[in-house]
Design a protein around this ligand. Sequence first.
Ligand code: ZN
Ligand code: FE
Length: 256
Amino acid sequence: MAGLEFFQFPTLSDNYGVLVHDPASGATASIDAPDAGDVHKALSEKGWSLTHILVTHHHWDHVQGIGDLKSENGCRVIGPADEADKIEHIDETVSDGDTFDFCGETVSCISTPGHTLGMINFHFTDSGVVFTGDTLFALGCGRIFEGDPAMMWSSMQKLMALPAETIVYCGHEYTQTNARFALSVDPDNAKLVIRAAQIDALRADGKPTLPTTIGEELDTNPFLRASDASIRKVLGMESADDAEVFAEIRKRKDNA
Ligand code: ZN
Ligand code: FE
């Protein structure tokens, strides 16, 4: 198998779109549809034609382009079963544990409720790539709009269990702000200090900080490090359970 190509592009104020392309068949999937015009521009730049849209969750900045793209391209729209009533133009719904085939590669659907209740993340198992929508960000995680912290923590744990080398694409470029907050709860983490400086340099050059990897997040993202002794010490929560520590980190970030 020649392997899938992944093309990330900035869109809206701080979103990313990603195209997944199979050179053998010509099929191309857009992960979410933040803006039809920008997806279209990315497709023309690469010379690819859209055949699929994979939708992570129902928020407007992930779905608003679906209608226009579908009427232009007649593409197949795959999205979360639990949010199908909130997302127009879905052709096929998926739930936790479902798999489907994309050009010979297995895509495994991971439900990660918390930011929204029906959120689905798409794991391209052969490529070792996961699309985490607004669940896991570089050095951060999504705000908990519909679920509760315990739910979001168990969603984090599902992603933490993926192989460390798994490449992570997510919905937003929030990394620099996230890094500042991460340093406030994990100031002695040498890997985080180095990464924060790299992020500042990338942003100063106008470059993306994504994709990231599960391994890099495990080392530096405080939302995956609820069990870490030095973070617990900073929070004064040495004997709390991981879900409580996660909830406290989320609360502090909300109020930061
Ligand atoms: Zn969202
Ligand atoms: Fe979003």
